[in-house]
Design a protein around this ligand. Structure first.
Ligand code: AR6
Ligand code: MG
Length: 369
């Protein structure tokens, strides 16, 4: 194991702070999903950015009565809930159990905006009676597998639960992703998002974060992941080093002062699409960029700032805002969650409870390698 992996801080966090961070992360993911989904697939103009600013200002009003009481969540949250339950209900990872949770949820509520590939995989899993839970996904796209961001969008519970057991975190994140996504870019995108959540969780929310340092640490970890990826031998250089290269771009963009043209450059260089490659580095950038108050978003609340900024980039808004929200919430904890905004999100109480159950299932922060 390289020095970067050996040096990952294993210091136990104070239990009440850790519990708060579990809640912050899962609620951040939920809020990003629910507030982002109305803008999915849009190109956001300067005028719309102002409308989004007003939309969030309004959601923050404590006595706001909306005709529709809540913003519905999408497949991002549905699948995140399943991943959390998989960790809570079984002492050892049981991927057959996780596959059944995904499939049961999908057939109960199919209209949550699932990607077409995962829908195919769910049908095949059901028809095959879950005989080999990794086979259907591996067969998709003529054997190359999906590179969608569906593995990354649901990974936060794994980064939280295994936060002080890095090696197992990587293993469980990889295997759980492979139930639906087997393309190297889909898997490594999920690993990058998982590492970002874990890294954010380990930070002291009272201390100002150094965005470029956070990015460099992720880059070094990603270099390790992309180097040791066995399947990478047959892949092009581009695919097997893709995320290292993207993180260099994130670092470069973080060095630029905010202006009206920068968002277009971010979209052009990092992307805002449904592939993991064009969305996970973007979510990380959203989190890091909004640590600086001059990022074009008018609010002191760092969690809202991250989520709102992610939405203003357009494209796959719910998933990018959800991933960015999961990272920001893991850093900041529940104190950063604006309760007025949260209460407009479907199932926010259930998600807070799920975060507590995930925390309890872990036995606090006591288990380490
Ligand atoms: N070759 C060609 N197209 C691909 C490939 C590939 N190897 N992999 C993915 N696609 P999917 P997700 C395209 O279905 O990742 C939802 O809104 C293909 O068009 O695996 O779970 C979620 O909330 C495929 O249908 O879904 C996410 O935001 C699409 O990518 C987003 O969609 C999505 O891959 C992705 O969810
Ligand atoms: Mg989505």
């Amino acid at each position: 194991m390289s020095s970067i992996l050996k040096n990952i801080t294993m210091a136990a966090l104070e239990p009440s702070l850790l519990r708060s961070k579990f809640r912050g992360s899962l609620l951040g993911a939920l809020i990003g999903d629910c507030t982002g989904s109305p803008y999915e697939g849009e190109t956001i103009t300067a005028g719309e950015k102002i409308i989004i600013q007003r939309y969030f200002d309004k959601l923050e009003e404590p006595n706001l009565n909306l005709k529709t009481p809540f913003r519905a969540y999408t497949d991002d949250t549905a699948m995140t809930k399943s991943v959390a339950k998989f960790l809570i209900d079984k002492p050892e990872p049981d991927y057959g159990f996780l596959a059944r949770l995904f499939v049961n949820d999908y057939f109960k509520e199919p209209r949550r905006g699932y990607g077409q590939n995962v829908v195919d995989v769910f049908h095949k899993l059901k028809t095959s009676k879950f005989e080999d839970v990794f086979k259907p996904a591996a067969e998709q796209f003529m054997g190359s597998g999906s590179y969608g961001n569906g593995g990354a969008m649901r990974i936060a519970p794994i980064g939280l639960y295994y936060h002080n057991n890095y090696k197992i975190m990587i293993k469980v994140a990889t295997q759980s992703t492979k139930i639906t996504h087997t393309h190297l870019l889909g898997i490594n995108g999920a690993l990058l998002q998982c590492m970002a959540v874990q890294q954010a969780l380990m930070l002291d929310p009272q201390k100002k974060l150094d965005p470029r340092h956070f990015c460099l640490e992720l880059y070094l970890k990603m270099k390790e992941v992309e180097k040791t990826e066995e399947d990478g031998e047959d892949e092009s250089d581009f695919t097997s080093r893709a995320y290292q290269e993207k993180l260099k771009v994130v670092e470069r963009l973080l060095g630029k002062p905010h202006d009206d043209n920068l968002d277009d450059e971010v979209i052009r260089n990092l992307g805002h699409g449904i592939s993991a490659y064009e969305s996970v580095p973007t979510a990380i950038y959203c989190f890091l960029k909004t640590q600086n108050e001059s990022c074009g978003i008018m609010t002191d609340n760092l969690l809202r700032r991250t989520i709102q900024y992610a939405i203003t980039l357009g494209g796959d808004t719910d998933t990018i805002a959800s991933m960015a929200g999961a990272i920001a919430g893991a850093y900041l904890g529940e104190d950063a969650v604006n309760s007025s905004i949260a209460k407009h999100c479907e199932s926010y109480k259930e998600i807070a409870e799920l975060a507590d159950n995930l925390f309890e299932a872990r036995g606090g922060s006591l288990v380490s390698e």
